[in-house]
Design a protein around this ligand. Structure first.
Ligand code: NDP
Length: 487
């Protein structure tokens, strides 16, 4: 049976003004899973008006400890319904139930983190002239348009929703059209947690219409988007007219450097996870693997042997390591790049084909070896389970290759020598560098990119910066006041 959901505007469930809806397909089965409203310009107008009323009305008077309590309640409500949300996440995205459950626990923790942050995000007093009080206040930036991608639908939405609400903003969430279900479901929990009407709104609909209207709308103060670099470029241009504050979390082609002194077993295990988890549909997937010459053959042999053992298929089967590609558009993009890689002369060492005969969108763990960093498969984001493995000679060559990319989201370094690891952390131009680990995301640490991977940081206390304006207040305590020397 198709799940029917409506949007959430001004504390009420509503269809789109046009009455139009669109289907959400389960990529693992090819079946229609849900039907949601196709929101457009009028729906965004209503949501922005509601968010502005709330911002300038009741919500403005809700104190930080009360916002914290609401976020804490939201975390508990989500925690109590984790199985339901994880199942929905799997049904519209295609990720395994294991991954969806992991993401939902991370989402609960994200709401908890910002429940705590709401009361600990401080201004400062500034040591200025004598007899003068100087201090800063952190004030909510205002109405925020939160535009979300399909690869971690609710988790990435929460990275934006939680700090925005903690800071005292009001929000309009625009989920990706492939995966709007969990953001729409969340509205029930937000209401039960006690957030006043208009503080939290969700408008499902096409990015080119609903998303674009949020970006041009003069009633929206801030846009935070996670998406492709080209989407970020369009939004940055469109947002210029109203001088919106923007946070751009964009694409990546992140390097994974394996030095010859590394524990190769550990490096292979970690590298497999870093490219194939979530079927490679991860913005900071370590899709460019560079192995130092002396370890290259051993690494490649083991990597390919292990990659072939990865189980792909039905995301509800706990035996499978990753599930479906989220859309046929994305699967075709992966196939397009695998063809290009072969034409460019890289060696297809494993994978390179769909898995299964049915309607499910499954793609085998794929590895190219002998990849030259100038090839398109090494320069353009594929966003799928495709590892591109090349080599480097010495430290400088490795760093040069790691940095030879338009992107700068993340990097991983495998080495037994921590001096090498820390040097690389200094020398690689990326928003984050991890050493000898495949675990890299924490609510407590900032996440975001350099170069074409965008700017601004999410998560951590830095994530609050994106949703506040810094105000300076100066008060004379009897200090001499500069003035014109008039009679
Ligand atoms: P898209 O850029 O296609 O879409 C992202 C969101 O933007 C969707 O909600 C989309 O709506 C909306 N959108 C599209 N065009 C516009 C527009 N002109 N104005 C306003 N909104 C618009 O990205 P994907 O959903 O395909 O997500 C995958 C991409 O996201 C990858 O490139 C990946 O690297 C990146 N990503 C980056 C992360 C980071 O932190 N840096 C994290 C996760 C993903 P609709 O769906 O309706 O088209």
């Amino acid at each position: 049976m198709t799940l029917m959901l409506d949007m959430y505007i001004d504390g009420t469930r509503v269809p789109s003004r046009s009455g139009e809806r669109f289907d959400v397909v389960n990529p693992a089965t090819g079946q229609v899973y849900a039907s949601v409203p196709k929101g457009g310009v009028e729906d965004v107008d209503l949501a922005v008006a509601a968010a502005r009323r709330a911002l300038e009305g009741e919500w403005r008077r809700v104190a930080a400890p009360d916002r914290a309590a609401m976020l804490g309640r939201l975390a508990r409500l989500l925690e109590s319904r984790i199985d339901e949300f994880a199942a929905a996440e799997t049904a519209h995205n295609g990720k395994t139930l294991f991954d969806a459950d992991f993401d939902m626990h991370g989402t609960v923790a994200c709401f908890d983190y910002y429940a705590g942050a709401a009361t600990k995000y401080l201004g400062s007093t500034i040591p200025g002239p004598a007899d003068y009080l100087l201090y800063t206040r952190r004030e909510p930036v205002g109405v925020c348009g939160l535009i979300v991608p399909w690869n971690f639908p609710l988790a990435i939405a929460a990275w934006k929703i939680a700090p925005a609400l903690a800071a005292g903003c009001t929000v309009i969430v625009k989920p990706a059209s492939e995966t709007p279900v969990t953001a729409l479901m969340l509205a029930d929990l937000v209401e039960e947690a006690g957030f006043p009407a208009g503080v939290f709104n969700v408008v499902s609909g096409p990015g080119s219409v609903a998303g674009n209207h949020l970006v041009v709308h003069p009633g929206v103060d801030k846009i935070s988007v996670t998406g492709e670099t080209t989407t970020g470029q369009t939004i940055m241009r469109t947002a210029a007219d109203t001088l919106k504050r923007i946070t751009l979390e964009l694409g990546g082609k992140s390097p994974n450097l394996v030095f010859a002194d590394a524990d190769i077993t550990q490096a292979v295990d970690g590298s497999l996870f870093l490219i194939y988890a979530n079927s490679g549909q991860v913005c900071d997937a370590r899709s460019r693997i560079f192995v130092q010459d002396a370890a290259y053959d051993e690494f490649v042999a083991r990597f390919v042997e292990q990659a072939k053992k990865i189980h792909v298929g039905d995301p509800t089967d706990p035996d499978n390591h990753y599930g479906a590609i989220t859309s046929s558009r994305q699967l075709e993009k992966i196939e397009y790049y695998v063809e290009i890689g072969q034409k460019e002369g890289a060696t297809l060492a494993c994978g390179g084909a769909r898995v299964g005969e049915g309607p499910g969108l499954f793609y085998a763990p794929t590895a190219f070896t002998g990849v030259d960093n100038s090839m398109r498969i090494a320069r353009e984001e594929i966003f799928g389970p495709v590892a591109c493995i090349g080599r480097f000679s010495d430290y400088d060559d490795g760093i040069t290759k790691a940095n030879d990319t338009p992107f700068g989201l993340a990097a991983t370094v495998w080495t037994a020598d921590l001096t090498t690891g820390h040097r690389a952390a200094h020398d690689i131009r990326a928003g984050g560098v991890w050493i000898n680990t495949s675990e890299f995301l924490f609510n407590e640490s900032p996440f975001g990119g350099m170069k074409a991977s965008g700017f601004g940081r999410e998560l951590s206390m830095h994530g609050m910066d994106a949703y506040t304006e810094l105000k300076t207040v100066g008060v004379s305590l009897g200090a001499h006041m500069p003035t014109f020397p008039l009679d």
